[in-house]
Design a protein. Structure first.
Length: 387
C-alpha cells in the first residue's frame, strides 16, 4: 500500500470512529424533568364566627372593709376563725372595756348632779316669780334666778352629751363586722395593745358573693365597644350592661356569666389605658381577690365569616398579610389579605379571599407564585381530585 493510500485509509477510519462516538453519546440517558411540588391546602368555606374580645384582668372584691381600732386598749379576746365567713354586726374582737365603763359611770354621775341642780333652780324660779308679783324682790334678782335656771338646764344637756360620747367609746370596745364577707388573717392577738390614733388594723373583711373583674383596654377599643353596645351588637344583660364570660388561669371556663358595667370606667393618665369593670356572681367563692383571669366579650356574630389558618398567612416587606392559593389550573397565586382579628388559631379575613379558594397550608417553602403544584389528599383520605 502506497503512502497516499495509507493516509486516506487512516483518515477515513478516524472519521468513522468519531461518527460512532457521536452516535453513542446521543444515546446516553436524559435527566428526568423535576417532580411537581406537592402542597396541602384548606378549602375556605363561609361559616358562623363568634367575634370575641379576650381581655386579661384581675379579680377584686365587691366590698372591702378594714376593721381598725377606734379606741385605745388591750385586746382581750378574738371572736372569729380566720378565713371564715362573717355576718354584718358579728362580734370580732373584745377590747378591755374597764376604763371606758368608768367614763360612762362618771358621766352618769355628772348628769345626775346636773339634773338635781336643774330641779333646784326650777323651784327657785317658780318662787321668785310669785315674790316679784308682790314686789318682795327686785327685777334684777328675778333675772339672775331665771338665768341660773337656764344655765342649769344647759348643764343637763352638756352632761347628757358627755354621757353619750362615753357610751359610744365603750361600744367601740366591742368590735363588730361592718359587712357580710370573708375575714382574713387577724393582724393582732390577745394581749396586743391597739391605738385609736394609729387606727391599728385588726383584720380585713371582703365581700365575695359577687366580685369585680377589672380589665385594661385601649381608649380606641373602649370607644368601639361602647358603639357596639349602643348599636345592640353586643349581647345585653339589661339596658345598662353587656354580657361577658370568664376564663380562669388554668384555661377552664367559669360557669357564670357576668355584666360589663360601662359606668365603672377610669382612665390612667400616664398610659392612656382604660379600666373596664365587670361584675360576676361568686356564690361558690371560686373567684378570689387578685386572681388572674381572661374576660371574654362577645361583640358580634359574622354569619358568613371566612377563616384562614394562621400558618398559611405571611407578611411581606411592608407588613401586609399575604397567602398563597392554588387556582383552577393548579398554579400558585399570591393574594393580599385584609384581616379583622384572630379567632383561635385562625384569622378572620375580610378581603383577599373568597369562598371556595384553596389556601396552601403546608409546603410553602418549596413553592412560589406561578409554579404548578400537586394538591396532596387530606389526611385520612385516599385521594383528592385537583380542580
Amino acid at each position: 500500500m502506497t503512502a497516499i493510500a495509507r493516509h486516506l485509509f487512516l483518515k477515513l477510519a478516524g472519521s468513522l470512529l468519531l461518527t460512532s462516538g457521536l452516535v453513542a453519546c446521543s444515546k446516553s440517558p436524559v435527566a428526568p424533568p423535576p417532580a411537581t411540588p406537592e402542597v396541602s391546602v384548606v378549602v375556605i368555606q363561609p361559616q358562623v364566627v363568634r367575634i370575641v374580645n379576650d381581655l386579661p384582668g384581675r379579680v377584686a372584691p365587691l366590698r372591702v372593709a378594714q376593721v381598725r381600732a377606734r379606741v385605745d386598749g388591750v385586746v382581750l379576746k378574738r371572736e372569729f376563725t380566720e378565713g371564715a365567713d362573717v355576718k354584718v354586726g358579728q362580734k370580732l374582737y373584745w377590747i378591755d372595756p374597764a376604763p371606758y365603763q368608768a367614763e360612762v359611770n362618771s358621766s352618769n354621775a355628772a348628769l345626775a348632779r346636773a339634773k338635781a341642780n336643774a330641779t333646784t333652780r326650777a323651784l327657785q324660779a317658780t318662787r321668785s316669780r310669785e315674790l316679784l308679783k308682790k314686789h318682795a324682790i327686785s327685777q334684777q334678782d328675778f333675772d339672775d334666778i331665771s338665768a341660773a335656771q337656764k344655765q342649769a338646764k344647759a348643764d343637763v344637756d352638756a352632761a347628757a352629751a358627755v354621757l353619750d360620747a362615753a357610751r359610744i367609746r365603750l361600744s367601740y370596745t366591742d368590735v363588730r363586722s361592718p359587712i357580710d364577707g370573708r375575714i382574713g388573717k387577724s393582724q393582732v392577738t390577745e394581749g396586743a395593745y391597739v391605738r385609736q390614733s394609729d387606727a391599728t388594723l385588726l383584720a380585713t373583711v371582703q365581700q365575695l358573693d359577687s366580685v369585680y373583674v377589672d380589665v385594661a383596654q385601649s381608649n380606641a377599643e373602649v370607644l368601639r365597644l361602647r358603639q357596639d353596645f349602643e348599636n345592640s351588637v353586643m349581647k345585653k344583660v339589661d339596658k345598662d350592661s353587656a354580657s361577658v364570660s370568664l376564663k380562669l388561669e388554668d384555661g377552664s371556663a367559669y360557669s357564670e356569666l357576668g355584666r360589663l358595667q360601662f359606668s365603672d370606667i377610669s382612665v390612667d393618665e400616664s398610659t392612656g389605658s382604660v379600666t373596664l369593670r365587670a361584675i360576676f356572681p361568686n356564690t361558690k367563692h371560686l373567684l378570689l381577690p387578685g386572681m388572674f383571669v381572661h374576660a371574654q366579650l362577645e361583640v358580634g356574630v359574622d354569619q358568613q365569616g371566612l377563616l384562614v389558618p394562621q400558618q398559611a398567612v405571611t407578611y411581606n416587606t411592608i407588613g401586609q398579610a399575604t397567602a398563597l392559593i392554588v387556582n383552577a389550573e393548579n398554579v400558585v397565586e399570591q393574594r393580599m389579605l385584609q384581616t379583622n382579628r384572630s379567632v383561635g388559631n385562625q384569622w378572620l379575613v375580610t378581603k383577599g379571599i373568597q369562598a371556595g379558594d384553596r389556601v396552601i397550608t403546608e409546603g410553602l417553602q418549596k413553592i412560589k407564585p406561578g409554579v404548578v403544584v400537586k394538591v396532596a389528599p387530606p389526611a385520612g383520605s385516599p385521594a383528592v381530585a385537583d380542580k
